[in-house]
Every structure is written in C-alpha cells, then in structure tokens.
Design a protein around this ligand. Structure first.
Ligand code: CA
Ligand code: CA
Length: 285
C-alpha cells in the first residue's frame, strides 16, 4: 500500500503501523464524506544528534560588539529553486543576547521586519536551508543583513543562497515523512528540555523547521517553532518536514543536553488521484 492511499489508513492499518504514534480518532462524518481518520505523530528532536554545527555546515558569520544594542534588518532576494515564487522570506539566525547570555537565540528573521537585540557574545550566525546539499546548487541570489546601532550601519553580512545554505539531510536534521500528503497538519512543541551548553540556562526556546505547504509548493516554509506555539500548514505532495537545532560548531555540540518533542496533529484532506502525482512531484525529485 502506498502511503498516499489514505482511505485505507484508518483503524490501525498498514499506514498506522509506520507511525511512531498513531491515534485513530475518527473524524465526524457527514453525508457521504470520504471516510478519514485524524492522526498524531510524535517526533523527538535530539540536541546532540539533530544539531547542526554552523561553522562547518556553512553558516555566514559576523563579529559584533558585545553589549551593544543593534537593530537588524534583512533585505535582498534569495530563491530555493529556479521556479517562480520560490523565494525565501528571510533567514535563520543564531546568537546570544545580553539579557540572558547562556541562552542561544535561534530565530527566523523575515525581510522587512526589524529585529532588535543586544549582543551577548561577539559571534552571530545567519543561514538558509534546503533539503540536501544536492538541492543547494540550483539556489540563487542572496540576503544581506544590515546591523544598525546608534543610528548608523555597523556591519553588513551577506548570506548566499548557495554557499551559506545548509543541506539538512547531510547535517543531521530529522526528516519526518509519516504525515500523509494533502493533510492539514498542526505542529506544536509541547515538551522538552533541550539545551546547548550543559546548563538549564542554556535551554533552546524552540526548534527550527523547514517544510513546504501544498498551497505554495515551490516556496520554502522556514520558521522557529517555540514552546506553546502552533504552526498549521497543508502538507505538500512530497510530504516532508525537517526539524533541527543549531550550535556554533561541532566542537560545541558535545555538551548539549536533552530533546524536544514535536507533535504533529493531522486531518487528511481530499485524496489526490494517483495519476496526478507524477506531474505534481516532478519538480521535486
Ligand atoms: Ca534548491
Ligand atoms: Ca553546545
């Protein structure tokens, strides 16, 4: 049975057997609606095994003045593939804030939305992501990060869509493919204790996510999922979600601790006929 054949997925069938956790909670049926069952998948993301070392993986870095207040703005145009509407909305960043300097900030900063912070460490990294290194060469363009302080520009950092883009499959991200394509999926971060430096003060506030939405199929969705937040999207035809942490380098990952638990609650949508899969999936092979 293909994993796209969701009409046979209810009641603990072969699909359910592939899930880490499958909850067969029947959806209320009305009239002649297609029978479908909601499900849930639990994914653990490990602070050591699923953490990427930014120095080795190709993140771009800049040295900031510790204790100085900055305003960061992101500009430029970077795309994840040669097709129209494949542009990235912003960049991932990793840095330490002076307000809690043991605690790394891993955030997604969107173009045109200023991000204010006070540097708690000189090191600041920014990066883009794609599925694997083999998917990076068709990227194009770059983002430029502008660091302003005291009314003047202090630093510029270019993030190249090829050379500063991490191939997640090559650097330890968790790829989950157990959620059926075309389902409406809600990701939430419900529990965890992942930390970057061996102390509770070094806790990560969330986990980084890379996926695609069925409604914007060539456009990468990249975000930080924080505790208590939810992210709802329609699962893309190729049905994957990558989840990961970052640290400065692989030499810094050995003292990381713990895991976080990402919950994926999904409700299957309208089945897509198998004949249409070839055309839908062709650009993503
Ligand atoms: Ca690409
Ligand atoms: Ca660490």
């Amino acid at each position: 049975m293909g994993r796209h054949d969701r009409t046979r997925a209810s009641g603990g069938g072969p699909l359910a057997a592939t899930l880490l956790v499958a909850v067969a909670a029947p959806v209320a049926l009305t009239g002649f609606a297609v029978q479908a069952s909601a499900g849930q998948v639990i994914q653990e993301v490990d602070a050591v095994k699923n953490c990427v070392g930014l120095f080795q993986a190709g993140g771009a870095s800049v040295t900031l003045e510790q204790g100085l207040a900055y305003e960061l703005t992101v500009t430029g145009d970077a795309c994840s593939n040669p097709w129209e509407d494949s542009d990235y909305d912003g960049v991932f960043v990793f840095y330490y804030d002076a307000a809690s300097p043991d605690h790394p900030v891993t955030a997604f900063v969107e173009k045109g939305e200023p991000h204010a912070f006070t540097a708690g460490d000189p090191t600041f990294y920014a990066f883009l992501v794609d599925k694997g290194l083999k998917d990076v060469p068709d990227n194009s363009g770059s983002m430029v990060l502008i660091f302003t302080s005291g009314g003047r520009v202090r630093e510029l950092l270019e993030v190249d869509a090829v050379f500063n883009c991490l191939g997640l499959e090559d650097f330890g991200a968790v790829k989950n493919i157990d959620v059926p394509p075309d389902s409406l999926c809600t990701l939430s971060l419900s529990a965890g204790d992942a930390a970057t430096n061996g102390t509770p003060d070094g806790a990560y506030e969330g986990v980084l996510i890379f996926t695609r939405d069925l409604n914007r199929p060539v456009h990468p969705e990249i975000l930080e999922l924080e505790y208590g937040d939810e992210f709802e999207f329609e699962v893309h035809a190729t049905s994957w979600v990558y989840m990961f942490f970052v640290d400065e380098s692989y030499s810094e990952i050995g003292n990381n601790l713990g895991t976080v638990t990402v919950r994926m609650d999904y409700v299957p949508g309208t089945p897509v006929e198998r004949a249409s899969w070839t055309s839908i999936k062709a650009p993503y092979r």
